[in-house]
Design a protein around this ligand. Structure first.
Ligand SMILES: C[S@@+](CC[C@H](N)C(=O)[O-])C[C@H]1O[C@@H](n2cnc3c(N)ncnc32)[C@H](O)[C@@H]1O
Length: 278
């Protein structure tokens, strides 16, 4: 929705909704989880956590600076708002994203320290940075279509001293650079899938960039009730929102793209993680 004059108000509405969800929904659910009382609904194949194997660092050795696309690629208008938000994004979204990233990181254990991990829509890089510390003999590639996000993630990683095993690429999730083909042991995609105009192309690209045995973890709003509940605020206040998908839709998408085992689990109320293996 194009309402530049209303942007500051919408940013605040979004920040408040996300914080409120953390306090009133995620925290009670996490307390129940710690007590063993939260039963996460699961669809598809039996859930197998972990990321085996690991190719070690290569792209992070070759590319010390962010690799940016020449000019403005097609479809850039979808992410222009993220350029503007790069500086304030953490303050708005972190209270909501932090517990979700905790859940994804838990599902990735055991994680090989030599793993090569791609975050195809890293934003300012919160998940990528955490993962870089968990794969000291591997690497994390933080990519994003928004140039502002890529540059912010790079600066944040440098300040945190994490850039030696990280590389930064500006890339459309559906059109990864050639160097990514068959390269990664894992893909971690948090809170971004609902922004992709062509989800099928994104999932096909996930499959192409994974090495044999590689696994993808996609965290996004998922059960039907959440899809319906979140739509009004997402249409109004989430820049570049396309649509959320149910667990069943995620299973179908990944299965049709040729992934061998696909499962979806509601790790926290309203939030699903799809895990699929090549
Ligand atoms: C809501 S943010 C999530 C950022 C981060 N993963 C997190 O959990 O905080 C969505 C991100 O998706 C990126 N994005 C949207 N469309 C994209 C595309 N076609 N290719 C790559 N990244 C895209 C945006 O630029 C933005 O940084």
């Amino acid at each position: 929705m194009d309402m530049p004059w209303a942007r500051p108000l919408l940013d605040q509405a979004m920040a408040l909704s996300l914080l409120s969800w953390r306090v009133h929904v995620f925290e009670p659910a996490r307390a129940l989880k710690r007590l063993g009382l939260y039963r996460a609904p699961t669809l598809g194949a039996a859930l197998v956590p972990g990321v085996p194997g690991g190719g070690g660092p290569e792209l992070s050795r070759r590319h010390r600076e962010p690799v940016l696309l020449p000019g403005e690629p097609a479809g850039y208008h979808e992410v222009r708002e993220f350029d503007r938000m790069a500086g304030v994004y953490e303050a708005v979204v972190r209270p909501f994203s932090e517990p979700i990233i905790d859940e994804v990181v838990a599902l990735m254990q055991p994680l090989s320290p030599r793993a090569r991990v791609l975050d195809p829509s890293a934003g300012p890089g919160e998940a990528a940075l955490r993962l870089a510390r968990l794969v000291p003999e591997g690497e994390v590639v933080a990519a994003d279509l928004s140039r502002g996000m890529v540059e912010t993630a790079w600066k944040v990683a440098r300040q945190a001293g994490c850039h030696p095993n990280m590389a930064f690429f500006q890339a459309d999730v559906g059109k990864p650079p050639e160097a990514f083909e068959g390269y990664f042991d894992a893909i971690v995609c948090c809170l971004s899938f609902h922004h992709y105009p062509d989800g099928e192309a994104a999932v096909r690209a996930f499959r192409r960039v994974l090495a044999p045995g590689g696994r993808v973890f996609v965290a996004d709003g998922g059960p039907r009730w959440f899809v319906e509940l979140a739509r009004p605020i997402s249409v109004l206040a989430d820049p570049g929102f396309v649509r959320h998908r149910t667990g069943e839709e995620f299973l179908q998408l990944f299965t049709e793209a040729g992934f061998s085992t696909v499962s979806w689990t509601e790790v926290l109320p309203g939030m699903g993680v799809t895990i699929a293996s090549v």
